[in-house]
Design a protein around this ligand. Structure first.
Ligand SMILES: Cc1cc2nc3c(=O)[nH]c(=O)nc-3n(C[C@H](O)[C@H](O)[C@H](O)COP(=O)(O)OP(=O)(O)OC[C@H]3O[C@@H](n4cnc5c(N)ncnc54)[C@H](O)[C@@H]3O)c2cc1C
Length: 377
């Protein structure tokens, strides 16, 4: 197999020092996954193609077991996806479907375990017009109905809007407790209104409304634990993966920029590389590697149920995405205007990373809540 740029270029050199429990078999699985991904993916791809790719890659997914090694492989697979295109972030893993696998029971768990294994996608719907950073104030409601509940309300800025087969929707019950319920996307009373995003355009994004949507009792997740606990637990696991994906995208830009400069130097188009260019390449490589190590460490802490996991996940999402975003801003000018063309992967990476500054938690809110937790210790 020819060398794979993300696995061989960025992941394999760190293996022995950073993750001694990651075996050569895991690395081979990542290589095979990356090779299958690059063979089947042509940018730019839209939702239906990405969904088909997700389904076709289901047999190629690196085996993700439980515990720290499973979390490591999952984070590394996300890095590989991001490296080739940030829109590939949903081609591996259970994604938000993990909330169903972890907190579902009975009929809901049985049904969704099969559908997720087949490659179907689950979205999350939490944000409302008053502001996504204030989950406690959500207004979508479930009220008792025969055999379960009736859901009413509206969510905005929801990603995977038309591709997800279901959403985990956060809402309040009559006692004002936050609940998480599964809503089938094509069910009666569910409507979707896409908006046009300025990045991450592979997946549809927009408003999701519920009018008297029936939610059967097994489709309410987590029993007594409630939705707030599910949200916290899920995002402690999901945010390190977001950071790893973003850092993969920036590493992809780093590899592209380095390759372009090397080629220009070899043909003497650039007889000598400026020191400032070399410094930027060195500094961004160090920034990306250290943030990548933090993201994988954060994923491992969550898998170990560490008391540090929640604070790490919040700060690592903010730090990882900011580091990736800043690195791409610094690297893009090194190849000049060619990287500004609309069809340039560098231009796309810049736009896409902009979306992750908001999605899965605004950074000021995440860092503020991490700071508040640190003050309590
Ligand atoms: C590409 C993309 C994908 C997304 N996907 C999803 C998805 O799948 N599902 C989903 O539910 N949501 C999704 N979102 C929404 C995302 O989670 C929210 O954008 C995010 O939570 C922030 O919410 P908001 O945009 O409403 O901003 P707000 O919460 O309104 O915050 C805006 C600003 O106001 C600040 N602020 C908050 N309170 C105060 C205050 N008291 N005083 C002063 N300033 C304050 C915030 O810190 C922030 O800087 C997505 C967003 C994007 C861009």
């Amino acid at each position: 197999m020819s060398p794979t740029p993300a696995t061989d270029g960025w992941i394999a050199p760190l293996r022995a020092a950073a993750w001694p429990d990651l075996t050569a078999t895991h690395i081979d699985a990542l290589r095979r996954f990356e090779a299958a991904l690059t063979e089947r993916f042509t940018a730019p791809a839209k939702g239906k193609q990405l969904l088909a790719l997700r389904r076709s890659l289901a047999p190629q997914r690196p085996p993700v077991g439980n515990g720290p090694i499973g979390a490591t492989v999952a984070a590394l697979a996300q890095f590989v996806c991001g490296f080739h295109d940030l829109d590939l972030r949903d081609t591996v893993g259970a994604g938000h479907g993990r909330m169903i696998l972890r907190h579902g029971s009975g009929a809901a768990l049985d049904r969704w375990a099969v559908r997720l294994a087949r490659g179907e996608l689950v979205g999350v719907a939490a944000t409302e017009r008053h502001g996504g950073s204030r989950l406690q104030e959500i207004t979508a409601r479930i009220t008792p109905a025969p055999g379960g509940w009736s859901l009413n309300g509206e969510k905005c800025w929801v990603s995977r809007l038309c591709e997800a087969a279901a959403f985990v929707v956060f809402c309040k019950d009559p006692d004002d407790r936050i609940q998480a319920v599964i809503v089938e996307a094509a069910g009666p009373g569910v409507s979707r209104a896409p908006e046009t995003p300025s990045g991450l355009g592979g997946w549809t994004w927009g408003t999701l409304a519920f009018q008297d949507v029936h939610v059967s009792e097994p489709y309410r997740l987590g029993g007594e634990q409630g939705g707030a606990g599910i949200f916290r637990e899920h995002f402690a696991s999901f945010r390190p993966l977001v950071a790893a994906t973003a850092l993969g995208t920036a590493a992809g830009v780093h590899t592209t920029v380095t390759g372009t400069l090397r080629a220009r130097h070899q043909i003497q188009l650039l007889p000598r590389l400026r020191d400032t260019t070399l410094v930027t390449l060195g500094r961004t490589a160090a920034d990306l590697n250290s943030a990548f190590l933090s993201a994988v460490t954060s994923a491992r802490l969550t898998a170990q149920d560490s008391p540090q996991a929640d604070v790490w996940a919040r700060s690592v999402k903010a730090h990882g995405v900011q580091t990736a975003h800043r690195a791409v801003e610094d690297l893009a000018p090194l190849v000049g205007a060619s990287g500004f063309r609309a069809d340039s992967p560098i231009a796309k990476a810049r736009q896409d990373l902009g979306g992750l500054l908001y999605a899965d938690g605004l950074h000021d809110s995440l860092l503020r809540s991490a700071g508040r937790t640190l003050m309590k210790r």
